[in-house]
Design a protein around this ligand. Structure first.
Ligand code: NAI
Ligand code: 13P
Length: 337
């Protein structure tokens, strides 16, 4: 690609041709960056490149002229900034396979919201274990439906890197007319916010689907946020991060909108669907992360009754009504505990 820039960090590659990858590719292009959108399926890439739309994952939104869709891994070598936008449970495999094709020293931005099952590893830990040394890792998370971002509607998210100056540079690089990136050095806080809210949004969906009313939903969201804060405290995330975009902001969005796949998954569980039926073939990251989140919480004795309930319902250990009864019969306690 003729990138028109001598600074490789300004050349962006996006790995993952789903809804969020396509939206981020459009956003980076709108920010003035040349973008390669890599996906594993060569036919899908050729179709998207020719038709200028991601008909499967983001119908009705045109692909920006500066985005090139491809399935050729060697195209990734030009990019100094690589956004990883595949489902959390596939990150390790995708990174292992693509690492040899990445430019040496490229900065990698993790955009999946989840915790790896089995290892209970955060996304930044998966990347650290998988990438060669010398490849800086950042995390992008916040309230942002792909369809909104891809259409250029106003959106704000957080970009985190342990190197604060890098976080600021990356935020500048990817911010566009309507897509605003705030920056922080609290990587762990930002990834906890993104992964945790998906599990808790499922609970909010369950309450809605079961017809328990909007007051119950507001109470659930507030108590869910309290447990997310407790979890973050135990795992080194900062409270002010969780009170920002990746945490409260994303919980408010996903725990109150059927546009969220996690909320919609919960809603269907609340209406009586089995976990298998409830996904409707769409990715609900919280369904995979729930058990890992609960495992990590137990390991540090963090009380997370809402996440526990979600994990138990998904595992088939508890019915929706059983989960509600358990939550409602917990001993009364001081709100701030
Ligand atoms: N869609 C959204 O509004 C947002 C999504 N996210 C996060 O982004 C991540 C990706 O989600 P979406 O793009 O929405 O999912 P999606 O279901 O729309 O797309 C997933 C994409 O990943 C590809 N993929 C799956 N396994 C792969 C593998 N092993 N190798 C290569 N490609 C593979 C699929 O082919 C598909 O193109 C998730 O962690 C999600 O939580 C974050 C913010 C917003
Ligand atoms: O993370 C998201 C919005 O910030 C997208 O939420 P869902 O994955 O639940 O659709």
């Amino acid at each position: 690609m003729g990138s028109g820039t001598n600074d490789p960090s300004e050349v962006v590659a996006v790995v993952g041709g789903g809804s969020w990858g396509t939206a981020l590719a459009n956003a980076a292009a709108a920010a003035g960056r040349p973008v390669t959108l890599w996906m594993r399926d060569a036919d899908a890439a050729a179709r998207m490149q020719a038709e200028r739309v991601n008909a499967r994952y983001l119908p009705g939104v045109g692909l920006h002229a500066q985005v090139r869709a491809t399935a050729e891994a060697r195209a990734l070598a030009e990019a100094g900034t690589v956004l990883l936008v595949v489902p959390a449970q596939t990150l390790r495999g995708v990174l292992s396979a693509l690492a040899p094709s990445l430019r040496l020293g490229a900065q990698v931005v993790l955009c999946a919201k989840g915790i790896e099952r089995g290892s209970d590893a955060f996304m930044s830990a998966v990347a650290a274990e998988t990438l060669p040394a010398g490849m800086p890792v950042a995390v992008l998370s916040g309230p942002s439906f792909a369809a909104d971002v891809a259409r250029g509607l106003p959106t704000a998210v957080t970009l985190a890197s342990e190197d604060g100056a890098r976080a600021a540079r990356l935020a500048g690089l990817l911010s566009g007319p309507a897509f605003r990136l705030y920056h922080t050095d609290d990587v762990r806080g930002v990834e906890i916010g993104g992964a945790g809210k998906n599990v808790l949004a499922i609970a909010s969906g369950i309450v809605t689907g079961r017809g328990l009313g909007e007051s119950a939903r507001a109470a659930l969201i507030a108590r869910a946020f309290a447990e997310l804060m407790r979890f973050a405290r135990a795992y080194g995330g900062r409270a002010e991060t969780l009170m920002g975009l990746s945490g409260l902001g994303d919980l408010v969005l996903t725990a109150s909108s059927s546009q969220s796949r996690n909320f919609a998954f919960g809603e269907r569980l609340g209406q009586g669907a089995t976990p298998e039926q409830a996904s409707g073939g769409k990715l609900a990251e919280g369904a995979f992360t729930a058990a890992a989140l609960v495992g990590l919480a137990r390991a540090r004795e963090v009380e997370m009754p809402v996440a526990e309930a979600v994990a138990a319902v998904i595992a088939g250990e508890l019915t929706v009504d059983g989960a509600m009864a358990r939550l409602l019969s917990r001993p009364l306690k001081a709100e701030a505990e």
